[in-house]
Design a protein around this ligand. Structure first.
Ligand SMILES: Cc1cc2nc3c(=O)[nH]c(=O)nc-3n(C[C@H](O)[C@H](O)[C@H](O)COP(=O)(O)OP(=O)(O)OC[C@H]3O[C@@H](n4cnc5c(N)ncnc54)[C@H](O)[C@@H]3O)c2cc1C
Length: 458
């Protein structure tokens, strides 16, 4: 079976990449282990900022939108104080959205091989040659060849995890680069408060969600259907999100269970490169998630669009390698990845803060909604947070926190420089750059006392 390009994974990333490639006239296959009817069925908080669609230039169909938010609200651990953060968003109906993305890709000619699992990868120095694929319920293996491949298989990447570690696209993550999460969608007997149903609500609490947060994302205007869950840092102290849900949240959200599930979310800087040889990586497989809030739908779609377009150009020109597709990295880093690297610096710091710190920061309004919005959209701790007179006076009462914030801001700015200005212009510089990033991260981790622990065993 021969294709121009094969995309592994029919999540938002794979379906968007397949759509982009198929719409340029290439023969595309999408390999997906789930049956067609379950495409889109992803355990998720379902919340996405509308700005992502402005950047993509299209919108999901209205029947794939369950609810609208006027922003995000962040509660302190005691739940006595909160900060509303502006920024409109939606609760997406993942099944309907997934089925719509699939239809869009198929209408452009992409072929879905559902109930097919990638079990092995054939490669040599020149790149990926073929995939060994099993059709569920059928004996034997299929060998699927293509000129190019895209790994969009989510947080346990089916292709790049089988490639040599020396390939920059095959970089191995630490367990602490991930959050593990559990969530339920529940229909409550009584609605949540009228005010909160207009927000995607986030609760900071290091007892309930150590190294993450717990959330309450309403899914309908009546405030009765809610998506409730929590994420915890992976690989530390055997934290277990399901157990914490049972202990701390279940009683508060008892009702008719609509859906329950868990998953892992990469919450880190992006992969050093989204392209290598004839392979592209997008979505969770390329760690394109926002490290602080864990939202990955919008950035997966964006990375898929960019890699799809550069791969299409390389296919047109008949030269498919990292050199031909390199600018996909530059474009992604400029639009999203550099900010993501900076937020990864902040993420590690936030994971070290205590409930007492969070309570104080929110109670004293050390940051307000507009500063958090700026932080989220630019990836930089705005100067006024660490230098503004009013905040400075407040922070003087917690000198160690002030000092730490200054250090974190400094490293966040350096991270943006590394990923924006210093990223190699062509692949020849990638190994030196990766070494620089590693040294930079170790220096930062030592400074704040963050222990990354062991690497993930795929
Ligand atoms: C609990 C939880 C809550 C979240 N909440 C939010 C949120 O509120 N907002 C937000 O924006 N993001 C959220 N995210 C993150 C977001 O869901 C992901 O970033 C996004 O869906 C990633 O899409 P993807 O296409 O890269 O991967 P996936 O959706 O994981 O798709 C990968 C696909 O590849 C298939 N696959 C995997 N291996 C193979 C194989 N070997 N062979 C064939 N097929 C294979 C899988 O079946 C799957 O369909 C959350 C994630 C979790 C786990």
């Amino acid at each position: 079976m021969k294709y121009d390009a094969v995309v592994v994974g029919a999540g938002v990333a794979g379906l968007n990449a397949a759509y982009v490639l198929a719409s340029k006239g290439f023969k595309i296959a999408i390999i997906e282990s789930k049956p067609r009817s379950r495409i889109g069925d992803k355990t998720c908080g379902d919340a996405i900022g509308l700005h992502h669609f402005d950047e993509l230039g299209w919108k999901p169909p209205s029947d794939a939108i369950d609810h609208y938010y006027k922003g995000v609200k962040i509660y302190s651990p005691s739940e006595k104080y909160s900060i509303p953060v502006p920024g409109e968003g939606i609760s997406v109906n993942r099944i309907k959205f997934g089925q719509w993305l699939l239809k869009r890709a198929e209408e452009e000619g992409a072929e879905l091989l559902d109930k097919h699992v990638v079990l092995d990868v054939e490669y040599d120095e020149g790149g990926v040659k073929a995939l060994k694929v099993k059709k569920i319920g059928k004996p034997g293996l299929l060998r699927i060849e293509a000129k190019a491949f895209i790994d969009a298989s989510g947080s346990k990447p089916a292709i790049r995890s089988r490639l040599p570690e020396e390939w920059p696209i095959a970089e191995r993550p630490y367990m602490t680069d991930y959050n593990i999460a559990y969530r339920e969608v529940v229909e409550l007997p009584k609605p949540i408060s009228e005010e909160d149903r207009e927000y995607a609500v986030i609760y900071l609490n290091t007892v309930i969600a150590p190294g993450g947060y717990w959330w309450l994302f309403p899914k309908d205007p009546s405030g009765r259907i809610v998506n409730v869950g929590l994420g915890v840092i992976w690989g530390v102290d055997e934290y277990n999100p399901r157990r914490n849900y049972d202990i701390y949240l279940r009683k508060r959200f008892t009702g008719k269970l609509i859906h329950a599930g868990g998953g892992i979310i990469p919450t880190r800087r992006p992969l050093p490169t989204l392209v290598w040889r004839n392979l592209g990586a997008v979505g969770d497989a390329a760690y394109t998630v926002n490290p602080v809030h864990g939202g990955g739908i919008g950035s997966s779609l964006l990375a898929a669009k960019i890699v799809g377009e550069y791969m299409a150009k390389a296919l047109e020109e008949g030269r498919i390698d990292e050199k031909a597709m390199w600018d996909a990295n530059i474009e992604y880093l400029r639009l999203y990845g550099a900010k993501q690297a900076s937020l990864d610096i902040l993420r590690m710091y936030l994971q070290k803060l205590s409930n007492d710190d969070f309570e104080w920061i929110i109670k004293e309004k050390v940051v307000d909604g507009s500063k958090i919005y700026e932080l989220g959209s630019k990836g930089s701790l705005v100067d006024t947070v660490v230098h503004g007179v009013t905040r400075l006076v407040k922070l003087m009462r917690r000198p160690s926190l002030l000092n730490q914030l200054r250090i974190v801001k400094n490293y966040m700015d350096k991270a943006v420089k590394l990923y924006y200005d210093k990223y190699p212009e062509d692949p020849s510089g990638i190994h030196d750059w990766m070494k620089r990033v590693e040294e930079f991260l170790w220096e930062y981790r030592r400074t704040i006392g963050f222990e990354p622990g062991s690497k993930v065993k795929w």
